[in-house]
Design a protein around this ligand. Sequence first.
Ligand SMILES: [Fe+2]
Ligand SMILES: [Fe+2]
Length: 242
Amino acid sequence: MQSQQTSAHMGMNRTGAKMSPIDVSAMEEYAAASPVSEFEGEDTMAAMRIEAIAEADTLGSVPLPGTLKGMMTTGVSMLKGDNPAMLIDKLGERLAFERTGTRLYEALITKSMQLMPPGDPRLTVLQRIHDQEAEHFQMLAGALQSLGADPTAQTPCADVAAQLSSGILQVVTDPRTDLAQSLNAILVAELADNASWELLETLLRQTGHDEMADSFGRALSQEAEHVMAIRQMLEDSVMASA
Ligand SMILES: [Fe+2]
Ligand SMILES: [Fe+2]
């Protein structure tokens, strides 16, 4: 069973090159004997990437609004010179991120309950953040519906957000990671979340959706609190074990 804070300890880690000095010198000899011109791995890789970029399609599309009201709203926005597809894409991205955020906190709370003393006040904080992420998700679903968009659709930016969060989710749900390692992963999510909410607010105001931007004000300040709370929790965890 790992410790309550961090599981860092001295052990039989064999990943460093210094574990086998003989092999290191053999590797150095080989590298010294191979002319640079023979090593074209990087060029080949770049060439393959350039080719793939040239041939690639985009990451899907933003679905057309499914309701008549939505179509009218979108039509009006287009006349105003807005790009409603971008707005729906970014709202879809935030919705996807908040949904994953809720799942992240569920996993972190389960882990924390095993690693923290019973009744630890940090559990209350984590539960509160979890509930707020779930609220944000619901709020975004409502916002998309008010534009006539389908909140269940995976928009291109939502797809990217899901890819980004997959590593974070893997760290938190890995049974071997300790509290500090999991908090570190959550901090990455919260920092991105914070910046993305700010960007969404800017986009909303620039496209004349001030009312929606105002209604997101509380979520924005809650997200700022999440970053501070998780940073502090991570610092406490690391310092307690140092
Ligand atoms: Fe969030
Ligand atoms: Fe958050």
